[in-house]
Write a protein that binds this ligand. Structure first.
Ligand SMILES: NC(=O)c1ccc[n+]([C@@H]2O[C@H](COP(=O)([O-])OP(=O)(O)OC[C@H]3O[C@@H](n4cnc5c(N)ncnc54)[C@H](O)[C@@H]3O)[C@@H](O)[C@H]2O)c1
Length: 576
């Protein structure tokens, strides 16, 4: 007997083609899979495409229409039907009928049947995908896929994932009846998470919400618990999506909130308080430039009207920027501002609220007037609180609202340095941070349509010092001789002015300090606004601005008990 006759005979390649053909014929003879996966999904597509309201874009659906959201959902549906409902059935029945055992006595390997099933089902899936995309683009004007590589990758991964589930069912089920039962258990929940029953622009977010330890949450852009980092200048101005990854600090505690990231501000309505100057003005301008309508307020109506005019110069059509007079420390004015803006923008909800207005002052509880102290606290804390009261229902009505409250490094550390207390400002900014953090759990439990973020700026180049002095009815230009003398003595005492300096020297020094605070700051107001908007878009809840903010944050965490022992606090500052 030669070696030749002993070797197992090999099946001719053509046999595989015949098996594929045979499986295709079987699928055709029992067309339920084809009818449901291709026919039903196409029918649903046509129905959804014909409902006018499904063609309207919605901010709740990430600026897409319900019809556009349903296209990938129906693609998943048709792949899921084939992989889960029609793949396991024939395979289990072949096993039940002993076909695979009988095949194993022939030169044709049994796994060819599996491969043939894969080929047939994959072809059906591709036909379904091409038909669904083709009909939605050609028939209903949907946007053609912009990233074909991404589409192919998504299809390959979806098919692989759903096939893996279908094959696992086929392997686990002893009878085709059992396969059907397992399939039903898997299919309907999976379709729910694919968004079939309730259209959703990011159905995976629902899985993440209910599985805080799901790997999908970890270090991902959708993980709203991460801090924001500065962004390279200009990178984010027009909503560069890649920026999101650059504003994340990976590996920190994550924090599931109902609403996560926000891909774009286009078509939304934002409220900005303190829009007349500094970060508020830049927020208004950048939001408007990104297609977001804005209602900005300030207690200086001319300043905020100027901001609105600047913003309008950079916007396209469909963006409305309005300016309003409002003192945020007066609840009645905040409510009037709310009603005024809803009327002017003809909306019943707002999508974003930036409670940004603020002033300094009330530094010394011992020496400064009670009036100045309480004025500062009222603007900085009650301004934020009244806005939350007035606008929260409107943010809830938005469906994916974001409340952004501005605190400060003085919300982490209640001093401005040796000899410079910050009692009113520090108390208010700690309160803003505490209030905002407390809202996280409240909103997550009771209003998951809204998330909050707290902004913690370090030194940002703005006119906050002259604006603060003006708010308290003072300033270098307005100081009386007696006030200037007192200031000169204080500056000489602090070693900032030489002995023998005049009151006029003190005034010049103050004016120079105000100018330098704005011009020599490490971060400009425009850069700060970009960081805030990137942080909000990325889903961060804690937005630190500047290396100084990160340094103070790190220092007071590392040595909480040395927080007010400045030499010790900053002696070995850990790298931010
Ligand atoms: N600039 C910084 O270095 C810095 C640092 C930390 C925190 N912050 C905070 O950032 C926010 C913005 O400050 P900025 O630096 O852009 O200051 P800014 O003075 O340039 O702008 C603040 C705006 O708020 C307005 N405003 C003040 N009180 C108001 C009130 N009661 N009602 C309505 N409008 C009011 C002012 O008129 C001004 O237009 C403030 O909350 C401030 O405390 C600033």
């Amino acid at each position: 007997m030669s070696l030749h006759t002993l070797a197992a005979p090999r099946a001719p390649r053509a046999a595989f083609g015949k098996i594929v053909l045979n499986e295709a014929r079987l699928a055709w003879r029992q067309p339920a899979g084809i009818v449901v996966s291709i026919g039903l999904s196409l029918l649903l597509l046509v129905i959804f495409g014909s409902i006018p309201v499904f063609q309207q874009t919605s901010s709740r659906l990430g600026g897409l229409s319900a019809f556009e959201v349903y296209i990938p959902i129906l693609i998943s549906f048709s792949i899921g039907v084939l992989a889960l409902a029609y793949l396991p059935g024939p395979l289990v029945s072949y096993r039940e009928q002993g076909i695979l055992r009988r095949l194993s006595t022939t030169p044709v390997p049994a796994f060819w049947v599996l491969a043939a099933q894969f080929v047939v089902q994959a072809c059906l899936m591709l036909i379904a995908v091409f038909l669904l995309i083709g009909v939605s683009v050609a028939g209903y004007g949907a946007i053609a896929p912009r990233n074909p590589g991404g589409l192919v990758l998504a299809l390959v991964l979806s098919i692989a994932a759903l096939f893996a589930i279908g094959l696992s069912i086929a392997a686990a089920a002893r009878t085709s009846g059992a396969a059907r039962a397992i399939m039903a258990l898997a299919f309907y929940p999976l379709m729910f998470f694919s968004g079939l029953y309730v259209p959703d622009a990011d159905p995976a977010a629902r899985v993440r919400e209910h599985q805080p330890l799901h790997p999908a949450r970890r270090d991902r852009a959708g993980d709203p618990g991460l801090d924001a980092r500065p962004v390279p200048p200009g990178a984010a101005a027009a909503g560069d999506g890649g920026v999101r990854d650059r504003v994340r600090v990976p590996g920190q505690a994550f924090l599931p909130m109902g609403v996560t990231q926000m891909d774009s501000f286009t078509g939304k309505l934002a409220v900005v308080t303190g829009g007349g100057s500094g970060m508020g003005r830049e927020l208004v301008r950048q939001l408007a430039a990104q297609g977001c309508s804005v209602a900005a307020c300030d207690w200086h109506p001319d300043a905020v009207a100027e901001t609105a005019a600047l913003a309008r110069a950079d916007t396209g059509s469909g963006v409305l920027v309005t300016s309003h007079a409002c003192d945020v420390s007066d609840e009645a004015q905040v409510l009037r501002f709310r009603d005024e803006l809803l009327g002017q923008h003809a909306r019943d909800h707002v999508d974003l609220v930036f409670a940004n207005a603020g002033i300094g002052g009330g530094n010394s509880f011992v020496n400064d007037t009670r009036e100045e102290w309480e004025r500062t606290f009222a603007v900085d804390f009650y301004g934020v609180y009244y806005c939350a009261r007035a606008f929260l229902p409107l943010l809830i009505a938005s469906g994916d609202g974001v409340l952004v409250n501005t605190s400060s490094v003085n919300g982490l550390w209640a001093a401005l340095g040796p000899g410079i207390p910050a009692t009113a400002y520090g108390a208010a900014k700690f309160a803003v941070k505490g209030f905002t953090e407390a809202l996280i759990e409240d909103l997550r439990s009771n209003a998951p349509q809204v998330r909050v973020a707290v902004v913690i700026p370090g030194h940002v180049g703005t006119d906050i010092i002259p604006n603060t002095l003006r708010a308290h009815g003072t300033g270098p230009e307005r100081m009386s001789e007696a006030e200037l003398e007192g200031t000169r003595d204080a500056l000489v005492g602090a070693g900032v002015l030489a002995e023998g300096a005049s009151a006029e020297d003190a005034r010049r020094l103050l004016l120079q300090g105000i100018k330098d605070f704005k011009d020599k700051a490490p971060v400009s107001a425009a850069q700060a606004a970009t960081i805030i908007l990137d942080g909000v878009r990325s889903g961060a809840w804690r937005i630190l601005i500047g290396d100084d903010a990160r340094m103070i944050d790190a220092a007071v965490r590392a040595k909480p008990e040395a927080s007010y022992d400045y030499t010790e606090l900053f002696s070995e500052v850990p790298a931010p």
